[in-house]
Design a protein around this ligand. Structure first.
Ligand SMILES: NC(=O)C1=CN([C@@H]2O[C@H](COP(=O)(O)OP(=O)(O)OC[C@H]3O[C@@H](n4cnc5c(N)ncnc54)[C@H](OP(=O)(O)O)[C@@H]3O)[C@@H](O)[C@H]2O)C=CC1
Ligand SMILES: CC(C)(CO)C(=O)C(=O)O
Length: 316
């Protein structure tokens, strides 16, 4: 088996890493999904690390039964794109979601069948800056694998062959669910408190208060993982091996800074729902969820009160 065609749904920061790597692959049909204005823009090329790339631009129908579909959407765009994913996936399509969080695979699996979905995650720091930009050398890259044996399945080997000699960094894992949850822990514990305070990631080392909040989030997440049978001790700590400068802003803070909606529903929102189903209290996540939602409202101008606003709210 060989992969002859790959479609990328979400040609943003993560999608650009995949376009960059897979464009070097001879004999591969590489397309990005886009319709209307987005298609028009994508046809002008994708500017990545100071170079222009021209993947084909396909509608969902044109991409039907592609060998590999890579989903790299923001969480808020996933549900609106499910019809498109359903159209793209054919009998032979494998779907790999590189989205953060722990439920994109399940959401996609519900509409296309879980047998099409190969669980995965990506560790990359890619950002919108004169096109998209990342450091390919320091990128940890894609981790993927079967949920159960045989781990070296035909589709795993086929994807390894696809990524070979592309410059993409990748590895396979026999503990993919734990790997995904470990990345989730990294995001929930590091992205969220710093996003509320609006400071670099060094805050967890420099402030015992920030560390305290981080710990609260971590304990709730680990209790939920444990109740779901996810043994996080099976994978090395996801923070090990990736040096991050103290000033670094993870994606949630980047979203707030750019006045974009965050993916808080995918982080604390999912944990709150899971906690409710499992009878596990999640007060740190609830507080964090509502504060980040309120910061989104602040960005939308909800609290732009002015001196002429005559409404009275509470007593002095
Ligand atoms: N950025 C990073 O370094 C990392 C991000 N992640 C995760 O990866 C996921 C993607 O993030 P990121 O790449 O940063 O997000 P971006 O916003 O950069 O990219 C998402 C892309 O999806 C496109 N899109 C939205 N809806 C559709 C649709 N219906 N059809 C086709 N394209 C669509 C958007 O196009 P348009 O702009 O036209 O709306 C945009 O280009 C998130 O879950 C994130 O948490 C994981 C690791 C690192
Ligand atoms: C931590 C990082 C950069 C790792 O890929 C990420 O996922 C994020 O910023 O949300």
């Amino acid at each position: 088996m060989k992969i002859n065609s790959v479609a990328i749904l979400g040609a943003g920061a993560v999608g650009s890493y995949m376009i960059w790597g897979l464009s070097s692959k001879k004999d591969l049909r590489l397309g990005v999904i886009g319709e209307g204005k987005r298609a028009k823009r994508l046809k002008q090329g994708c500017f990545i690390n100071d170079q222009m790339y021209y993947p084909e631009v396909w509608t969902s129908q044109e991409a039907h039964n592609v060998d590999l579909l890579i989903v790299s959407l923001k969480y808020g765009a996933l549900k609106p794109a499910l019809d498109s994913i359903k159209t793209i996936v054919g009998k032979n399509t494998t779907v790999m979601s590189l989205m953060n969080g722990v439920d994109s695979e399940e959401i996609i699996g519900e509409v296309v069948g879980n047998e099409h979905v190969l669980p995965a995650l990506i560790k990359v720091a890619s950002r919108k800056e004169n096109g998209y930009r990342f450091d390919s050398e320091t990128t940890i890259g894609i981790v993927f694998g079967e949920k159960q044996a045989p781990f070296q399945s035909e589709r795993v080997q086929t994807i390894e062959n696809l990524f070979e000699n592309t410059g993409l960094h990748y590895r396979t894992s026999e503990f993919i669910q734990e790997e995904i949850w470990s990345k989730f822990r990294l995001n929930v514990c590091n992205n969220l408190p710093q996003a509320i305070l609006g400071v670099g990631v060094g805050c967890y080392q420099d402030s015992k208060h920030m560390k305290f909040i981080q710990e609260g989030l971590r304990q709730e997440l680990e209790a939920i993982a444990c109740a779901k049978g996810i043994d996080l001790s099976k994978v090395a700590s996801s923070t090990r091996g990736s040096a991050v400068p103290a000033w670094a802003h993870y994606s949630t803070l980047q979203d707030l800074d750019a006045k974009r909606p965050t993916e808080i529903d995918m982080f604390s929102g999912t944990l709150i729902k899971m906690g409710k189903d499992l009878g596990i209290p999640t007060p740190y996540n609830k507080y964090t969820y509502h504060l980040i939602k309120a910061l989104e409202e602040k960005n939308e101008g909800l609290f732009d009160y002015d001196q002429n606003d005559s409404r009275e709210t509470c007593a002095k």
